[in-house]
Design a protein around this ligand. Sequence first.
Ligand SMILES: [Zn+2]
Length: 380
Amino acid sequence: MSRFKFFLLILISYSFGSYSQKKAPKLVIGIVVDQMRTDYIYRYWNRFGDGGFKRLVNDGFFCKNTHYNYVPTYTGPGHCSIYTGCTPSTHGIIANDWFMKETGATQYCVSDKQVKPIGTSSENGYMSPKNQLTTTLGDELKLFTNGRSKVFGVALKDRSSVLPVGHAGNAAFWFDEETGNFVSSDWYVKELPGWLNNFNAKKLPKQYLEQGWNTLYGIETYTNSIADDNKYEAAPNKKPKPVFPYDYKAQLTENKLGILKATPWGNTITKDLAIECLKNEQLGKNDVTDMLCISYSSTDYVGHAYGIRAVELEDVYLRLDKDIEELLKTLDTEVGKENYVLFLTADHGAADVAAYLKDQKIPAGYIKEKQFNKELKTFC
Ligand SMILES: [Zn+2]
């Protein structure tokens, strides 16, 4: 699926007007919603509660036309650009994967064989920001306060946790689908903090997946989406049709916890982890500014699997709205309404399923890569 680069930026700051130069926020929270198109704010507006997306728009600043000028707008370059303030030609994260002329190998944006996985022995732990060539906001915060600021990142996707945190941050944590645990690498830590070991010990991925997935509200109310049963969606493994309700018994039996990523529970567990990190690392509790980078990845996995007009996607956003509400309430209590600045944006958008557009008689289609490659070579 090709992607567009629609960024939305919502900034919430209750006390922005009253900040003097001497009073910095105690905590900055960055939220990236993976693959969130700006139009979702409008499309789902009447379905959102008052305490999530609506609270951000109503009480904050809604920047509707804020974007960087580059391609390709993938997850790696998107997260890196948001947090470094520059574009791929400068920060070096030119794609999720790229070809290395020197070695003939493919390089994944945050892959690093020199580091040691922490909290897992799987391949998923060999990650670092070594290919990120510039500083992040968190790096600058660390430099500015001589290391006193605390900077953490949480996400299902490794690149969505590592690239926002950057080089000097305390830790980036990401989901290892082999173990179902959130892990890191020794770029950041020598061992997982005790609170994260306790969090992992709860086995939340299994608990969430055992609940299956049904719509939050009656399915007849999902009028912002096309019919649940349609030919443009991909049914998960072993399910004949891509329709509600979903159960994950087969995946649980085979210990395939990666399925969590394409469910709303992937966002919920990210929220759970963010709150644990906030409380246990005492973020926003002292006199220097701390930073917490949160990225919700499941919106992207669900968007890819079911398309941008699916009931599944609408449900993921309605549930994410609730997760954001809980996060904001926790921040109000733990840090105080007057003491934090929060922004919410997206790393990229998403295009319609081409087959759906074609069926609406709108010009669209697919590139046959092999054919394209052949024609290109013949042309040259
Ligand atoms: Zn993405």
